[in-house]
Ligand binder design. Structure first.
Ligand code: TRP
Length: 366
């Protein structure tokens, strides 16, 4: 069996820099280092509906947004297969049978489910907990196993999903025989990258907290956002000593800045350490820091914007990319489902002669 990677995103909004440094860059590396035979990237619209079932239009509209985000950062449809989850019947069918292998208390213990329940107020109130949402880790196990994925590149927050999936694989293979591939998680290599904060410098970058810079951010709003970032509230005059910890600008610079940026945009310093020293001592104003950060971000994002523009003017090709990817994904997941049905003694209509012979034996033995 080759090396296969699968990962995905819920299409609930445009992707932001948190996604870029936390997972998209990782995918680009996988794509570019060519050590994988197959890479699948899923638009998890079905999973997105588990907490947006009353707003299906939002999910639909974000299919194109997220696809354009993928293409604009350089994911190459010739090397990765991008597809739409809901078009794959095998995924829901696998989920149905995997449900037998997971207990309610086990799902209740899943830390990601727990914290997401809290976030969405599913613990309290009249609405209660939708079964679809509660069981989404099982459907995520179907996503992963349907592709025989041995590697799942995701962020730290998805660790409990992978553990749950591995348990399902183990249980399935123990009961029905070796059928499913055991997946491994692949976390971002750059530890720091998982800690990109929002504009507030406190919370993780997240759409619901309204503290994001988007991959498709226009230049003028990028500038406004950078200028509005929280720094150090005690750093009032440039001459004041400043704090780089908990400072959104330095959090971004820590993750995004390279030495060459100083040569290109701020040649007062050779590297970030020098710049930080000056800021801490006093004498370096926030505006200068923000202008530097803006230059770095604008260099990056302007490339994405240009690329996105090309695809926006060529939506027919984008459609073809999604359709081709989805067809390939349907074939792949159907093949796995056929294997699962066989393992679970549900291959009733694959071979008439064989089944009729089997029925005869059963009846003779009575
Ligand atoms: N749960 C993932 C997220 O919220 C999206 C996702 C769905 C996924 N199915 C997956 C990720 C399978 C990796 C593998 O971002």
């Amino acid at each position: 069996m080759g090396k296969i990677a699968l990962t995905g995103d819920r299409p609930t909004g445009k992707l932001h820099l948190g996604h870029l440094v936390g997972s998209l860059n990782n995918r680009l590396n996988l794509q570019n280092d060519k050590s994988f035979d197959e890479i699948y990237i899923m638009l998890a619209d079905g999973q997105g509906l588990t907490d947006n079932f009353n707003n299906p239009k939002k999910i639909r509209d974000n299919i194109i947004q997220v696809t354009l985000d993928y293409l604009s950062i350089g994911l190459d449809p010739n090397r990765v297969t991008i597809f739409v989850q809901s078009a794959l019947p095998a995924l829901t069918e696998l989920t149905f049978y995997y449900m037998n292998l997971v207990t309610v208390p086990r799902l209740e213990r899943n830390p990601t489910v727990k914290s997401e329940m809290e976030l969405r107020g599913f613990n309290s109130g009249d609405e209660g907990l939708p079964v679809g949402f509660f069981t989404y880790p099982i459907s995520q196990a179907a996503d992963i196993t349907a592709f025989d994925a041995n590697v799942v590149p995701v962020g730290e927050d998805q660790k409990p999903m992978l553990e749950q999936c591995r348990e399902i694989v183990h249980k399935f293979n123990t009961i029905y025989g070796e059928t499913l591939v055991m997946p491994e998680i692949m976390l971002p290599k750059n530890e720091k990258a998982t800690r990109l904060k929002g504009l507030d410098g406190v919370e993780k970058m997240s759409k619901s907290l309204n503290n994001c810079i988007y991959i498709s951010e226009p230049s003028d709003s990028l500038n406004k956002k950078v200028m509005s970032m929280y720094t150090d509230k005690n750093h009032i005059k440039p001459t004041d000593p400043g704090n780089v910890e908990g400072n959104a600008v330095f959090n971004f610079l820590d993750i995004l800045c390279e030495d060459r940026h100083f040569n290109d945009y701020l040649n007062d310093y050779k590297n970030l350490d020098e710049m930080k020293e000056h800021y801490k001592k006093g004498g370096l104003g926030d505006v200068k820091c923000k202008k530097f950060l803006y230059a770095i971000l604008e260099e990056k994002i302007s490339k994405y914007r240009d690329e996105r523009n090309k695809w926006e003017n060529n939506l027919s090709d984008v459609y073809d990319i999604l359709e081709t990817g989805t067809k390939k994904a349907i074939a792949k997941s159907n093949a796995t489902y056929a294997r699962v049905k066989k393992a679970m003694y549900m291959d009733y209509f694959d071979d008439k002669n064989k089944i009729v012979e089997e029925w005869k034996t059963i009846l003779e033995n009575k």
